[in-house]
Design a protein around this ligand. Sequence first.
Ligand code: ADP
Ligand code: ZN
Ligand code: ZN
Length: 744
Amino acid sequence: MVAEVIINTTAKKLNRTFDYNIPKELEQLICIGSKVLVPFGKSERLEEAHIVKIKENSDFEIKNIVKVETGLTDKQIELANWIAKRYFCNISECIKLMQTPGTKSKDVSKRIQDKKINVVYLKKDFEEINFDIETKKIKSEKQIKILNFVKDNEGATITEIETFTDCSRTIIKTLIKNNYLELIERKIERNPLDNKKIKNTQNLQLTEEQTNAFNKIAETINKNTYEQFLLYGVTGSGKTEVYLQLIDKVIKEEKSAIILVPEISLTPQMLDRFISRFGKEEIAVLHSKLSIGERHDEWERIKQEKAKIVIGARSAIFAPIKNLGIIIIDEEHDSSYKSEASPKYNAKEVAKKISKEMKIPLVLGSATPDISTFYNSNNGKITLLKLTKRANKSNLPKVEIVDLKQELANGNRSMLSFDLYNSIEQNLKDKLQTILFLNRRGYSTFIMCRNCGYTVKCKNCNISMTYHSYENKLKCHYCGYEEKIVKNCPECGSDKIRYFGTGTQKLEQEIQKQFPQAKTIRMDVDTVTKKNSHEEILNKFKNENIDILIGTQMVVKGHHFPKVTLVGVIAADSSLNIDDYRATERTFQILTQVAGRAGRENLPGKVIIQSYNPENFSIQDAQKQNYEQFYEKEILLRKQLKYPPFCDIIIIGFNSINEEEIKKVSKLTYEYIKNGLENEEFKIFKPMPSPIDKIQNRFRWRIIIKGNMTEKANIIFNEMLKKMYDRDIKNTKITVDVNPNSMA
Ligand code: ADP
Ligand code: ZN
Ligand code: ZN
C-alpha cells in the first residue's frame, strides 16, 4: 500500500503530494488524514505530513513512512484493534473515538467575551440527509463534508466548521438556506459547569450495607486487582453515595475515576451531587450536547490531569485519563451503553477490558440489573453487593394496577382510568406534583380507513405515520418524512379515515380538557429541542409551580423531585408488545424506574399502572417492586428458549437500494457462513426481510444466528465481511451486530 502525503510546510514548491510506502505493521493504523513522519530531502530529516490518499502502487521509487502520530498510546492503539475485531468495524473509526475532538478553536478568546454565539445544528434527520446524498439531491463533495462534520459536532460555530472542513462560509450558508442546517443563538458556557452554583457536601455516615459494599470494593483498590462488582439496590438505597465515597478514596490516592451514566443531560441532578462533593475543577463532563470546542477543552483538562473524575455517557470510556483507579457504570442495564452506530461497541465490555488491563475494580450499579449481569452475579463471574433498604428511610411507593379491559367494560373510554383521574384531582387539590408517562410521542400513532382497511404509511419506510396535532402533520418517526393530513382514503376515496392510538400530545390535550386548572409541561423528542434542554424543562417543572409533567421515556430517568407523589403509567403494554426477547425485561425495568420517581422523600408516593395485560408477570412483579422474583421467571424462559445469557444472538444485517442485489448478497453470505461455522455449534436461520423491511427507501434483510460467540467464530465473521466486500456489491451494506439493542 502506498500513501500520498502532503508535507506540513508553507514552502510553495512543496505544495503537492508525494508518494510513500506504508510498511505492513503500520497499515492498520493509517487512514486518510493521519499525521505521519516521513524522511524528506537529502538530509533524510523527518518531516511531518498528512495522508491525503491511499492507493495500491506508485510509479516512483519510494521510501517508507517512519511513524504514525495518532497522539495515542500503544495501549490505546491495542484497544482500537481489539474493538475493530470484536465489533466488526474499521480501526480508523475506533481511533477516532479516542482522539481529542477538534483542535483549539481560533475564536476562543472572542467567545469568552461574547455573551452569545451562533452555533450550527442539523435541521434534518441525518438519515434523511443521507438519502438526499444517495439520490444525488446533494452533489457537492464539500457540502457532504460539512454535513458529516456537523453530524459529529452539533453546536460548532461557523468558524469552527470552516477551520475543520476547509470549506468556505458560503457553502455553509447555502446549506442553512436549503434547510439542511440551522443557526441557533446560544449562550456560551465554555466550561459547562461554570454557571452552576452548588453547596459543598461531606461524606455521609454509611449504613451497614453501604459500608459492606464500600469495603469489598475498596479492598480491590488496595490490592490493585481487577474484580467486577454488581451494586444492586432499589432506587434511593444509596448507591450514588457509595460511588461518591469510592471516588473520594481513589482521588485521595492520587488516582482517577471514570463514571458512566446513561445520558448526563437527562440527569443534571446526578452531576450536581458530584460537583457538591468534589468541586468543579476536579470534574470533566463529556456528553453529546457539548460543542466541539467544549469537548476539546474537557479532553485537554483530562489529558493534563487537571480533571481527575470523568463523568459522561458511553463514549467517555475512551477519555484519555491517566492512572485510572476505578470505573463505575451507573444504571448498567441501560441500553445506551451499547452503540447502535458503527463502531457498534458495548461500553460495558470495553470497560471490562480496560479494568482488567489496569487491574482495577469495575462497579456496575442498578436497581433492575440486566438479566445477563444478574445471571453472572449468581454464577460467580461478578461479585454481588446488595443494598436492600432505602437510605433515607423513605418508603417505596404503593403501586396499583388498573385493568383497562375492565375499565372499558365499565364504560370508561377515556385515557384515564377512574382511579388515575381521582388521584390526579386529589393531587391538584393538595398542591402536589404528578408525572404521567406514555411511551409514544405525537397525537395519533396510526391512521386507517374503516372502509377498506388501508393504513397510512411513510413513502420511504414500511412504517405507520404518526399524526402530530400541534403541527397538524403526519410524520414518520424513522426518517422524519412529513406529509399533510389525509381526510379521504387515498385507496378507496371514502371519508372513513380514522385516527387511532395515543401519543403524548393527545394525552396533554386530554389532561388540559379534563383539568383546565392544572399547569402542565410536556417532555419528549418534540419538545426537547436544541434550544430547550431537558434541564430547562425539568427546572421549570421543579420551580414554576407546574402540576403535571407528561412525557416519554425521558421522564423516567433518575430525577429526584420531592413534591412528586403520584406517577401514572398510561399504557404499560406499549413496551410489552414489541417483537423482542427483551420485551418483558424492558417493561419491568421501565415500570420500576417510573415507580421510583414517586415519593422520594417524606411524602408517601403512589403509582398507578394502567394495562390491558395486568396478569403479565413483568407488570405483576413491577407492582411488588420485586426484581428477584421477576428474574427467577425470566431466566427460566431465557433458558428454555435459548436466549442470552444462554447464547449470543448475532444479526447479520443487509440494507440496499436494490432489492435483487440484497437477496443475492444475503443468500451468498448465508452459504458462506453456513460453511464457515459448520463445525461450530450455531443455529443459522435463512435470510429473511427484517421486521421493518424498508427504511429510507433502503430494503432491509437479515440473517439471525444463535450460538456462543467465540474467538474462532469472530474470525469467520470478519473474513466473511472481507470476502463479501471484495465482491462487486455496490449497493448493499452488510453489518454484523452481536446482541443488538433492537431486533427490528
Ligand atoms: P441511589 O443512587 O441508590 O438511588 P442515593 O445515593 O441517591 O441512592 O440515595 C438516596 C437518598 O438517600 C439521597 O438523598 C442520599 O443523600 C440519601 N443517603 C444515601 N446514603 C445515605 C446515608 N448513608 N445516610 C443518610 N442518607 C443517605
Ligand atoms: Zn420514513
Ligand atoms: Zn379506504
